[in-house]
Design a protein. Structure first.
Length: 96
């Protein structure tokens, strides 16, 4: 049996409509290596105002959670992701 991978995922909401995935990744990279930024879009082509950020370490997620975050003038809310491992893997695969 393969060892379980640790996921260091955060859920971010309150993203302004003008922000792009690369900008989100760049902002959060100040706290540690961003493995993936998953930004879902709706059927009209606009993102939904939230995303999941995957880091490579717990210390990175802890640094993010200890701070408040503003991006393009919008106050972001950052939470630990409550998605299960299987749900997150499916979600990330669907967003590639």
């Amino acid at each position: 049996m393969a060892p379980r991978r640790r996921l260091y995922m955060l859920f971010v909401r309150g993203l302004p409509w003008t922000v792009a995935r690369d900008e989100i990744s760049q902002y959060f990279s100040q706290f540690g290596y961003v493995k993936k930024c998953s930004l879902p879009f709706d059927e009209t082509g606009f993102h939904k105002g939230y995303c999941w950020i995957q880091f490579n370490s717990q210390s990175s997620t802890n640094r993010v959670l200890k701070n408040s975050h503003t991006l393009e003038g919008a106050q972001l809310q950052v939470l630990k992701s409550r998605q299960g491992l299987a749900e997150v893997n499916t979600l990330l695969a669907d967003m590639d």
